[in-house]
Design a protein around this ligand. Structure first.
Ligand code: URA
Length: 281
């Protein structure tokens, strides 16, 4: 970003290049995968037919390319809602409208094995940033087309997956019921993982609620598939477990969504229906 930035309220350069993600309109397609970790972006792209690094600024790394003929991008969000909100804000401004988080998570149900995938249908908003955007009563709901595409991809790839509610926290430690430094753990959060498990919340992570809330506010589509690298009930932790599977499912979901979108466009239909799914090209 240079002296050509025009305004403090819309921090972009004269070509529309966004201040944080360093991407300008026309450079990314509508489908964008959103890992938190910048190092996961090249890993995601390694499954594409072709790719190039488009930008790298702070925690935001963006690659663009093609996956099985479909234009696709991946942008890292960094950790947590505030950083993810910046990425989503700026990606919408440059033309993206469909976002899939490809993340890692802590499972809250005994039956979710470490390495399994969790596809979110919605998220409990234990984040701070979405409360700035909209009333706390507003739901954080995944887009049903993205959810279905992720399920279809997981089925096609034959991986173990679960579907249901997620909880997103701004806090990895205390907010997820892990003791803070020197054991600090206010009673409100001490058993939060158990309380959420009781009401059938499947997993804890840190960005899904922000992605779902902002995509609903702005009329886009959001979804999330996360690899369970931890299970908070059985107290297991295997860093990296299931990450490759989550990446494969997210990439394949973009291919499936693009095919459904094509049929919708041809038939002039706004919503995905079972009939459109049956006509997938
Ligand atoms: N990410 C989280 O936010 N929590 C976990 O337990 C694992 C990954």
């Amino acid at each position: 970003m240079s002296e050509r930035v025009r305004s403090a309220s819309t921090p972009e350069d004269v070509g529309g290049r966004q201040y944080h993600i360093a991407v300008k309109p026309g450079e990314v397609p509508r489908y964008v995968l959103l890992p938190g970790d910048p190092d996961r972006v090249p890993l995601i792209a390694s499954f594409w037919d072709e790719f190039k690094e488009l930008s790298k600024h702070r925690e935001y790394v963006t690659y663009v390319g093609r996956y099985r003929g479909v234009s696709i991008a991946a942008t890292s969000t960094g950790i947590g809602g505030p950083a993810a909100a910046i990425a989503i804000e700026e990606l919408f401004r440059v033309g993206a409208d469909t976002f899939i988080r490809v993340g890692t998570t802590g499972a809250l149900k005994k039956e979710i094995k470490v390495g399994d995938l969790v596809i979110s249908t919605g998220a409990v908003r234990y984040d701070g940033v979405t409360k700035i955007y909209v009333d706390e009563a507003y739901p954080a709901v995944a887009n049903y087309e993205v959810v279905l595409a992720l399920i279809a991809a997981a089925e096609e790839l034959g991986v173990r997956y679960h579907v249901g509610l997620t909880a997103s926290s701004d806090s990895f430690y205390v907010g997820q019921g892990r003791p803070g430094f020197k054991g600090y753990l206010p009673s409100r959060w001490a058993d939060i993982h158990l309380k959420l498990s009781e009401v059938n919340v499947l997993n804890f992570e840190m960005e899904a609620s922000t992605i779902f809330t902002l995509t609903n506010i702005y009329g886009g589509r959001g979804g999330a598939v996360c690899a369970a690298i931890a299970n908070r009930i059985t107290d297991e932790f295997v860093p990296g477990a299931g990450v490759t599977e989550a990446i494969k499912v997210a990439n394949e979901a973009v291919k499936i969504l693009s095919e459904w979108d094509e049929v919708k466009a041809i038939e002039g239909r706004k919503f995905l229906t079972p009939a459109i799914i049956a006509k997938r090209l």
